[in-house]
Design a protein around this ligand. Structure first.
Ligand code: PGA
Ligand code: ZN
Length: 384
């Protein structure tokens, strides 16, 4: 049973306030903190910000902290049954990590429209091996970028991905493909992208030059152009998963692309982990993967429900971090406990990203044999 709850204001990885809670039970103190995002917020659970411009530019969370300490703490203290239900999962699975290699979009200061180019070490036999493959590939990529773009190209974005000043999807995918080859993992590592296309959708078109200082206006693409480009990229690269290939409200093109069946199509901004939007996407077969951001849902009870909803539809489920992260590692435990099979937690770089992967290494060590068998299953099911 929970004996005490204490909330406080801390900072996320961008130096913006967020909430941390210490929860006490007879087993000890458990600490969790909420990350925060920059992407479209209209469909996700609201963040309560103080709005006092004199403090943290209005982003303080002292009201939320007060609500937890004075109202929520009191209501949650006899909640042991809920905790018991939470741990009632059978069949624990170590997830396949989607490890960020290159950052772009709103997460980096380069001209690249796509937000993240990631790798999926699906050929690994253990989670530890997956991280070794991810780290080695990242460092090979860094050496390639250093060679071609100089040390400035090795600066990292908010997810820890390298951010050379490239501007096309293909340049990014080529660099990562070359790094996989140099690391000797050809065929054992697949690729993934988070396009986050909502960020450059203007009207009904997609501006691939949205960050370029000298826009030509020539690089506006229609939904059909984008669909054709993605299909070609899936044919030319070992690309098995694309997140948010279209705008958050572009159901039509997202569905048309999913229908082609060329890769896993993941809804992040499209779904914002919202049960109603997930329901619609399942009903209309708009996508086949859920990007699950815990603080978009709001409560763990609802998180369990949406995971069930997605799994029942035979979708992939990817537990995800936010761009504004904390050193909290809760999502690692969540991915294993709910057996989601996939996790996205950034690059093997920056403490707030690595802390999630490190927790998964600890969990795998603790589970021993049990983890190895479960993991093999998860790796094979994620290969589409
Ligand atoms: P966000 O971005 O945290 O800004 O929502 C993360 C993502 O797009 O996956
Ligand atoms: Zn995303």
């Amino acid at each position: 049973a929970i004996t005490k709850i204490k909330a406080r204001q801390i900072l996320d990885s961008r130096g913006i306030p967020t909430v941390e809670v210490d929860l006490y039970t007879h087993k000890g103190m458990f600490r969790a903190a909420s990350p925060s995002g920059a992407s479209a917020k209209i469909y996700e659970a609201a963040e309560l910000r103080d709005g006092d411009k004199g403090k943290y530019l209005g982003n303080g969370v002292s009201k939320a902290v007060k609500n937890i300490n004075e109202k929520i703490a009191e209501a949650l203290v006899p909640l042991y049954k809920h905790l018991a239900d939470l741990s009632g999962q059978s069949g624990l699975i170590l997830p396949v990590p989607a490890i960020t290699m290159i950052s772009g979009g709103k997460h980096a200061g380069n001209n690249l429209a796509v937000q993240e180019v990631m790798i999926l070490p699906i050929g690994a036999n253990t989670f530890e091996e997956a991280m070794q493959m991810g780290s080695e590939t990242y460092h090979h990529l860094k050496a390639i970028i250093m060679d071609r773009y100089g040390s400035i190209g090795c600066n990292v974005g908010e997810d820890g991905g390298l951010a050379p000043n490239i501007s096309s999807f293909r340049e990014g995918l080529d660099l990562v493909k070359e790094a996989i080859e140099r690391a000797g993992y050809n065929g054992r590592i697949k690729m993934a992208m988070d396009v986050a296309a909502t960020d450059f959708c203007i009207g009904k078109k997609y501006d691939l030059d949205f960050k370029s200082p000298n826009k030509s206006g020539q690089n506006f693409k229609t939904g059909e152009d984008m669909t054709e480009m993605y299909s070609q990229l899936c044919a030319d690269y070992p690309l098995v998963s694309i997140e948010d290939p279209f705008d958050k409200d572009d159901w039509e093109h997202t569905k048309a692309f999913t229908d082609l069946g060329v890769c896993q199509v993941v809804g992040d901004n499209l779904l914002t982990s919202d049960p109603k939007r997930i329901e619609r996407a399942i009903h209309e077969a708009s996508c086949n993967g859920l990007l699950l951001k815990v603080n978009q849902v709001g409560t763990i009870t609802e998180v369990i429900e949406v995971v069930k909803q997605a799994k029942d539809a035979h979708w992939g489920v990817i537990v995800s971090h936010r761009c504004g992260e904390t050193e909290d590692s809760f999502i690692a435990d969540l991915a294993v406990g709910l057996a989601t099979g996939q996790i996205k937690a950034g690059a093997p770089c920056r403490g707030e990203r690595v802390v999630k992967y490190n927790q998964l290494l600890r969990i795998e060590e603790e589970l021993g044999e049990q983890a190895a068998t479960c993991e093999t299953k998860s790796y094979s099911t994620s290969e589409r």
